[in-house]
Ligand binder design. Sequence first.
Ligand code: SAH
Ligand code: SF4
Length: 445
Amino acid sequence: MNVYDTERMLDVMAPHGYEMTEAPDDADVVVLNTCHIREKAADKVYSDIGRIRQIKKARPETREEMVVAVAGCVAQAEGDEIMRRAPVVDMVFGPQAYHRLPDMVKAAKQKHDKGESVRLLDTDFAVDEKFEALDAGPRQQSAAAFLTVQEGCDKFCSFCVVPYTRGAEYSRSVSKVLEEAERLVAQGVVEVTLLGQNVNAYHGETATGESWDLARLIEALADIRGLERIRYTTSHPRDMTDALINAHRDVDKLMPYLHLPVQAGSDRILKEMNRHHTAASYRDIIDRLRAVCPDIAISGDFIVGFPGESDAEFAETLQLVRDVGYAQAYSFKYSPRPGTPAATMASQVDEEVKAARLALLQDELNSQQLAFNTRTVGQVMAVLLERYGKQPGQLVGRSPYMQAIHVDTEDAGLAQTYFGKIVNVEVTSAAPHSIKGRIVQSSNV
Ligand code: SAH
Ligand code: SF4
């Protein structure tokens, strides 16, 4: 979502003559778009601010003064503290304010010109206003694009900051989403990934006042000519409806991949996490998905060392992983986040215990991922070759199952022909985090 947000910031700045630079040294404006989900991500912001301060200091006096901004969820959660701790920062704004970036930059520049210090703070929660302001539409260079359909969260898992930093759940209207998709397709996009912190809680209004869920939205998107592939992320088990499960059977354009975080395998821990699902209800969803779409690749998120998690409870997480079988996954040590209920729970788990559990879990997940990748060797699959690789003639894409795939055409001209196209690729080898393949024939797309 931060990648999407950063692209939208570039969109709003472009009419004012700004474009992306490769290095902060050249920049007139530096925006740190931040993540607050775990402590490590938040800490990085302060070390990055330090680095930017050095760069700014080293610049010749003759150059226009650099404007330094902190955006995103750390800004939302710790705006006052950033302002206090980091005088080099001119402005701080939350995820719902970035459409006001050009005005803020202009105000900051005027203050710099007068030799005054700038202290701008904008952490309002006007999400509908933001989307309205962004409706001019994004630029798109790649054949695969993100499309935000939903933001925020009302679920309040006890470990998570998202409801506090991104605000309450909000769904964009059906017509706005369809218009944005049409516009992307007109710009050459063939794959969209629908984004939301709780994307499957989507309930967008239609022009006639109906409320559509995500399954209905996906069906409508699938009717758009030229749009070939649809993905969505991130989903919550509670909102995995029959209609959405069945969409994996009925909608050809919906890719056979689902990222469905479970967090833990112990029902006691899930309850303490306020997840409102059990390990059994999660397993049941996976079974129903596989019944309608046998090759669906499953991904997940896991937290180890939630307060009070015993060895036996952690073992239940490992067992769930073995039972489900993941194509890939993300796993984290529990990180106490200020303001969340779990942060002040008694019986916080020791760092060493968390590290040991994470290592065990990641061993299992990594071997499952390698096994999954290895099973695809020899298969022919339609792959969207969305960018150039590091080697000449190499193209990189995602398999239908979200695996990163490298394709060597060994010919720069051929690579150009296939760039941005969906092509039939035979998988020739597998590595832990990616696969390799060769083009067998271009598909009819
Ligand atoms: N909305 C999604 C996840 C959003 S956050 C969902 O409900 O599943 C992305 C992931 O970060 C979470 O799934 C969780 O595994 C992890 N995460 C969130 N807060 C965390 C914390 N305090 N410590 C460690 N991991 C955390
Ligand atoms: Fe965070 Fe996801 Fe839980 Fe919402 S549902 S509180 S985003 S983990």
